[in-house]
Design a protein around this ligand. Structure first.
Ligand SMILES: Nc1ncnc2c1ncn2[C@@H]1O[C@H](COP(=O)(O)OP(=O)(O)OP(=O)(O)O)[C@@H](O)[C@H]1O
Ligand SMILES: [Mg+2]
Length: 403
């Protein structure tokens, strides 16, 4: 997969950008605050319909549009992938105040035809690697859930739809729990929401289990390469609701989490999850929140069977994350039949020479990669030779480094 051309209008500090991109490593070089991260953000947005940094679309629109009647931003990518030599994906965010409140509406078009977010899943896929990912292991469980979700939603449409549904149902169920506590609604109303939540939730749990099983294998191979076979990485999925193979509703309190190799389908998980929601109904009403489900799942990384988050050194944690991120890339490539686009923001500067060499070796013309940097000399001469260097300054891009 390859973005041949990117056009931006009023995106962050890019008033207008027309940029053709080669299918080889691209180094985006420039001083601070010139627009390197913003360019990666636009590509990430086109792939996932979300910014990795903000949930407020307004922030993405260039300040120069302030005061305009209908401020908007438009991102367009011309993509060539396995399915098609050239497709034009266009996303526009525009102020819509027809209902009296200011909202930003998203319009998606593919080759000129209107589409919904779900229609364009998998068309453009990315792996984004940021310095903050290096802290994935020390970070919060929600960071690790986001890691699973961004990877899975781009490749697996059933997952994307289930997650979307789950995230819509959960706050509605929680609101109902609070109304029941205030005696404004009856507990009988929960049955409908439990059915809905357990259906989408069961698909999420089953798909996360399969994903982590496949990912573990790839992450282990990368990790062996990075540690010269001294250490073994494994993944541990700890779903907040732990289904059992027997399906007898008996909850296991096995802290080891869900065995990734046990065969469990969404159909087997769903009734157990529904039973659990019912069993904890009273406590949920008291607390006003849904107590178990994929929104509370946890992913742990183990090194030689010990929890890296608890016992690992900082260097071990970074190596484990490197192994995981490249496993993500390999996993997506296996499922898509082609490589996603790799976006590396400032991450190279954060790595020591061994990890840097591991990373740069893997960047070749089969993966369209964009790596940002303020310093060119962190790269080896041979890497710069085979890369395309683009220089960014105040929302403008020129080829090569200025002298
Ligand atoms: N909506 C917006 N409109 C105009 N400019 C914006 C908007 N949002 C952010 N900016 C500005 O865009 C500039 C570029 O930001 P960006 O994060 O892309 O820089 P960068 O090149 O990645 O810098 P660094 O090397 O510090 O990471 C910043 O000065 C930022 O304040
Ligand atoms: Mg930046």
């Amino acid at each position: 997969m390859h973005i041949e051309h990117l056009s931006l209008t009023n995106f962050r500090n890019y008033a207008r950008l027309e940029l053709s991109l080669p299918k080889k490593p691209i180094v985006l070089h420039g001083d601070n605050a010139q627009g390197k991260t913003s360019l990666l953000e636009a590509i990430y947005y086109l792939a996932t319909s979300k910014s990795p940094y903000t949930s407020s679309d307004r922030q993405l629109i260039h300040w120069r549009t302030e005061g305009e009647v209908l401020p908007f931003t438009r991102m367009v990518a011309e993509i060539s992938n396995r399915q098609s030599p050239l497709q034009r994906l266009e996303m526009t965010l525009m102020l819509d105040n027809t209902s009296g409140v200011n909202r930003y509406k998203k319009h998606i078009r593919l080759n000129g035809n209107d589409k919904r977010v779900m229609d364009v899943v998998g068309l453009l896929t990315v792996v984004l690697f940021l310095p903050r990912d290096l802290a994935l292991i020390e970070g919060s469980p929600s960071d690790r859930r986001r890691f699973m979700d961004t990877t899975l939603t781009q490749v697996n449409r059933a997952y994307a739809e289930s997650l979307d549904k789950y995230e819509k149902i959960l706050p509605q169920r929680n609101a109902l729990l609070r109304r029941i506590a205030e005696r404004k609604s009856s507990a009988a109303e929960l049955a409908y929401w439990d059915e809905q939540l357990s259906q989408s939730g069961a698909i999420i749990i089953a798909e996360r289990q399969t994903f982590l099983r496949e990912l573990e294998h790839k992450a282990q191979a990368n990790h062996h390469a990075l540690t010269a076979h001294q250490e073994t990485l494994s993944l541990q999925y700890q779903p907040s609701f732990l289904p059992t193979v027997e399906g007898n509703g008996q909850l296991s309190f096995d802290v080891l989490g869900l065995d990734l190799h046990r065969e469990l389908t969404a159909d087997a998980i769903q009734p157990q999850f529904a039973d659990q929601l019912k069993a904890e109904q009273r406590a949920s009403i008291e607390r006003g929140v849904t107590l178990s489900g994929p929104h509370r799942d946890e992913l742990r990384l183990l090194i030689n069977a010990r929890d890296c988050g608890l016992y690992g050194s900082r260097g071990q944690a970074r190596t484990a994350v490197m192994a995981l991120k490249f496993a993500e890339l390999d996993w997506m490539r296996d499922h898509l039949g082609e490589s996603p686009i790799l976006l590396l923001d400032e991450v190279v500067a954060e790595l020591d020479s061994k990890r840097r060499a591991f990373l740069l070796e893997r960047l070749d013309e089969t993966i369209q990669t964009i790596v940002t940097t303020t310093e060119l000399d962190i790269f080896t001469e041979s890497f710069v030779q085979r890369a395309e260097v683009l220089h960014v300054e105040a929302g403008q891009i020129v080829q090569g480094t200025p002298h």
